[in-house]
Design a protein around this ligand. Structure first.
Ligand SMILES: [Zn+2]
Length: 329
């Protein structure tokens, strides 16, 4: 019996843990989207009911002068200045870094989703490495048209930094930390102890929203997922997984593979984002990119699916090395 590539990968408990934890994040993101869309609309309504003059009939008169850059925004018209004040009033990190560069202030009067953007964690900061990475980013946070296009961390940051969301913020921060540990793990492995701790944290966060049926349903699914073992079901082979146990969930290869692919794609995006923002040292970026490339290359099934991405990773590494060697960078 030849084990499939996927079955071999899942033989490694730490990798399986990583995929499971990542899958929970994907479920989390999916269940938050509808809720967040509705809450952002409500937040916009709430601001307008207190200040009707900021509504859809108002328009920015500052033009290009009201365009924010990275962390800077000095509104040049009264309307944008008022909106900035309102946003800051509800921002839980109003004295810290706010990435105004994500925002299109002229849209605040009529597009509730634009209000979400000053709460996102990252912007496309302008730096001299930016042009290199632009080619790797499908689009920046500024272009996210709604919660459906956001990853879990953007949605969690919004919940954390906008006081419209009434929740114990410590619980959100814990989940954000776990998410970053998953996405920044260059080995793509987490221990079983880590997974248990993650389960406590994500459940405790989801519990805050137990009155929302969709989120409660996800909470139940996450619990089932994290308390059971995964086995790959290979048709015609019943002995592969050893003795049956009640807590074993059988998934088809394609089901697990789909989860894996989505997760790996998100991790790749995260690598590019970190590189673009220079959030970590160049050496670490090169190390992460290299580890990811080797992993994809060593697994034949992934190598085929991620052919284009492997090439991109190679280009990224080359350009990065060239760029960091150039004097006066
Ligand atoms: Zn303006």
């Amino acid at each position: 019996m030849v084990l499939s590539e996927l079955a071999l990968r899942l033989n490694c408990t730490e990798y399986k843990n990583w995929v499971k934890a990542g899958h929970c994040l994907l479920l989390l993101r999916a269940c938050l989207q509808g809720f967040i869309r509705a809450e952002v609309d409500a937040f916009h309504q709430r601001i307008l009911s207190g200040a009707p003059n900021l509504g859809p009939r108002a328009s920015c008169s500052g033009g290009v002068r009201c365009t924010p850059r990275a962390r800077q925004f000095q509104p040049q018209c009264e309307l944008c200045a008022e909106w900035k004040k309102e946003i800051l009033k509800h921002h839980t990190n109003r004295n810290g870094d706010i990435y105004w560069g994500n925002c299109k202030p002229e849209c605040w009067p009529f597009d509730p989703w634009e209000l979400a953007k000053p709460h996102f964690p990252k912007g496309t900061g302008l730096n001299n490495l930016q042009s290199i990475f632009q080619a790797f980013m499908p689009r920046g946070l500024a272009d996210k048209k709604g919660p459906e296009e956001c990853d879990a961390v953007a949605l969690l940051s919004l919940i954390n930094s906008c006081d419209h969301f009434r929740i114990d913020r410590k619980k959100v921060i814990e989940v954000i930390k776990c998410r970053n540990e998953i996405m920044h793990s260059s080995e793509m492995k987490v221990s079983s102890t880590w997974l248990q701790d993650f389960q406590k944290k994500i459940q405790s966060f989801l519990n805050e929203f137990r009155n929302i049926p969709e989120i409660a349903a996800t909470s139940a699914r996450v619990e089932q997922l994290l308390t059971s073992d995964w086995a790959v079901h290979i048709p015609g082979d019943d002995q592969l997984d050893g003795p049956e146990s009640e807590t074993k969930i059988h998934l088809s290869e394609s089901e697990i593979n789909e989860i894996e692919m989505e997760l790996l794609r998100e991790k790749l995006q995260e690598n590019y984002l970190q590189a673009e923002e220079q959030a970590i040292s160049p050496e670490k970026i090169v190390k992460n990119v290299e580890a990811m490339k080797i992993f994809l290359r060593n697994n034949k099934d992934l190598r085929i699916s991620f052919e284009e991405e492997i090439q991109k990773l190679e280009d990224l590494n080359l350009q990065y090395q060239k760029c960091t060697k150039e004097p006066g960078k």
